[in-house]
Design a protein around this ligand. Sequence first.
Ligand code: NAD
Ligand code: UDP
Length: 376
Amino acid sequence: MTKCILATGGAGYIGSHTTVELLRAGHSVVILDNFENSARDALASIPKIAGGGKIWLAEGDVRNARLVADVIQRHSVDAVIHFAGKKAVGESVADPLLYYHDNITGALSVLSAMRGTGCKRLVFSSSATVYGDVKMLPIPETAPTCSSNPYGRTKLMIEEIIDDFVASTDDFGALSLRYFNPVGAHPSGFIGESPIGTPNNLFPFIAQTAAGMRDMVQIFGNDYETRDGTGSRDYIHVVDLARGHVAAVEHLLSQTTNILPHRKVNLGTGKGHTVLEVLNTFSKVCGFQIPHRIVPRRPGDVGLSLADPSLAFGLFNWRAELGLDEMCRDHWRFQAATNEPRGRRRTRLGAEARWANRVWEDFESLGIAEGRNALA
Ligand code: NAD
Ligand code: UDP
């Protein structure tokens, strides 16, 4: 079953890993991205890691419904995975209107373009943040939802918009995937996440400390009701997460019934790890102790978050396979590659740039520049 999948935000952290797994599964991928939080260069690694496959780039803004519809039509897109959007909780508190505007407009644009073109399968990037401070652990999809920040509320609102849209149609199928804590990088070391500025999340902060870019990791509280008192999360390797998208989209595409519900599905491992466990594993992988100290709790943090991932297994036979060792190993490999000494890095960037040129030539020969210029 070879299909054409549109990945909005496909150049980003989760989108790039998902593109690799979609290509590996034999699908072709069109990436629509405006590169506001990603780099073109990262795309150059994708065909290399995936070992080939058909990939196109449409550079532009997902909020432009005409552009999205044009891309869907031009490439006969079978399904859309909508990753594009803003994702920083702190920024959403500081500028809520930006978040409501960008994330909601992007989702409305995707849905109206899909309606206009008859493309009827959608996977949406939601988040476990929709569960807020729920006390039910592990968290099933039926747990009450309530988000404590504008970013999380955009995810809830978009899920509701999709609910209403799906209810108004006969045969539109949608899955909202509620990710727990995506971490790690591709084992090749070529793609991963490079946060801009000081990272808020634990993994990138530890990685940057290990790389000597930060003095030490601050552990936010050691008085939670967890194994060692430090906060516990359900971390999921980004490659597992990417494979979850492939399973989800293939499931949607295999559905032939007329009435398709909009399902919300957790993507997590069902296993929790504390801050100290992550630090110790990361130190083991790096081969040296990463400096850290305990500081007071971070306001707004919950002590424990853990997915019940059984619905994903029941619905589309997916479960996470990679453990904390692989998450730390791959995250560190990507960080270490990013921080290589100048000489080595230059050599590698040289190789990357050659790849990049080839890929852009391919893109150009496929006429993508046209779409970008005409409608972006
Ligand atoms: P990311 O920022 O790395 O990727 C998002 C991509 O979308 C970027 O390439 C960016 O340039 C692009 N983009 C943003 N606005 C756009 C626009 N208006 N038009 C076109 N492209 C646009 O983020 P990510 O970590 O890969 O997250 C992908 C999705 O998953 C997001 O919707 C995010 O909210 C959601 N999510 C992420 C996490 C996480 O921890 N990373 C957790 C839960 C949910
Ligand atoms: N954390 C920490 N120090 C940091 C960043 C995070 O101790 O510099 C803790 C945080 O309190 C939580 C866990 O690590 O218990 C995961 O935090 P992250 O921000 O990565 O994910 P989220 O809290 O959004 O689930």
